[in-house]
Design a protein around this ligand. Sequence first.
Ligand code: ZN
Length: 215
Amino acid sequence: MDHVISGVAKFQRDVYPEKKETFKKLASGQSPEVLFITCADSRIDPNLVTQTDPGELFICRNAGNIVPPHSNQTGGMTASIEFAVAALGVSHIVVCGHTDCGAMKGALDPSKLDSLPHVKEWLGHCRCATEVVKEKEGALGVEQLGEVTKENVLQQLQHLRTHPAVAAKLATNSIQLHAWVYDIETGLIHVYDNDAEGFIEMEQAYAERKLAANA
Ligand code: ZN
């Protein structure tokens, strides 16, 4: 913990003075463009990976980058999504999964989670992903970790569409959804591409989107 505490002192001494104007502006409000939903895993740093600054990403994190489907029960994710979309007016939502995800490993074998009852129940929101992969691959084990990770991101995007605030913005094309998978070892991000019907490298995915938009 010591290095965390001394890190704050370093921030206040070395980093804050250089960005004083930014923080002054941010002190009275925020207008992020992107709602970024990712795993709580300590190895992911959304601002580092996207090279963004405070104020640019509205970040929601939890084990497995899960978005519970909308219901009348209030939860932290539901409230945060509603706030980001309906109050802050974000125009993009990224759901970002990652390689070597502990939550996805748990989803592959829930029987090992008996001592973690809340984790087990939470990962129930990934069942669509595991069922889809099982059906497609004819098996469900560690070999399917990559596929389940990708499928889970797509299923959580489906869940996002059930949230009224998101559905309303989608109806008027004023919000875009993005499915990403971040590779911790290589730093690469793969993005779901509708035309390719699969995940392709980010640079290629967005070059194609741009071409399609200009066509
Ligand atoms: Zn994870």
